[in-house]
Design a protein around this ligand. Sequence first.
Ligand SMILES: Cc1ncc(C[n+]2csc(CCO)c2C)c(N)n1
Length: 220
Amino acid sequence: MSLFERLKADAGPQWSDYTRHEFVQQLGAGTLPLSCFKHYLVQDYLFLIQFARAYALGVYKSPSVADMRQSLDGVKAILDDELDLHVEMCRSWGMERDMIEEAPEDTPTMAYTRFVLDAGMAGDLLDLQAALAPCVIGYAEIGARLAAEGCDTDGNPYARWIREYASEGYQELAKGFIAWLDGTAGQTLTEHRYPRVLSIFEKACRLESDFWQMGLNAQD
Ligand SMILES: Cc1ncc(C[n+]2csc(CCO)c2C)c(N)n1
């Protein structure tokens, strides 16, 4: 069993609250109010800027060149690919990049991103990875499930988002992260340490749920 599978099983309720949140269900059904999705996506852009910093911290915390490369790939995936998805979708509603970047960070955005950065600053690479894991792997699970349920049809206004995370490229990235987590765990995880790693993972899942809820609360 991979460390990720073990964490997911032990954080069962937190994982399912996150990956099956009402926001996700409505997004899949195409019934999510656009105001909710817009607020989410602008906040997600601000979130990703901080996440790029967290991956950069991963470069710093890396014990090997191979780990440095993995972290660097995370920085690049955000700066070169994911942010563009956000800018493209925001532009279709008349919002340009500078308008997104000037938007104030909402409290759940600050809570989640600063939690991840702090977990990495205070701990080692494994602590940082445990904080990043729900985000990276959860979106792959959500995208794959919604696509398998046929939610990514052209009639769904959020099909573009679903296709992005269901894509082979993103699924591979998430698999790579699971393997990377196992690699670090093989070097530094002990049974004594496991509860602390689980606690970081669980908190990150709760913060992901709060992030969805922030989007739902933005209904006008
Ligand atoms: C709240 C929130 N959680 C997870 C992701 C997904 N995600 C975060 S970083 C990254 C790039 C690759 O590591 C991806 C896909 C998101 N966008 N927003």
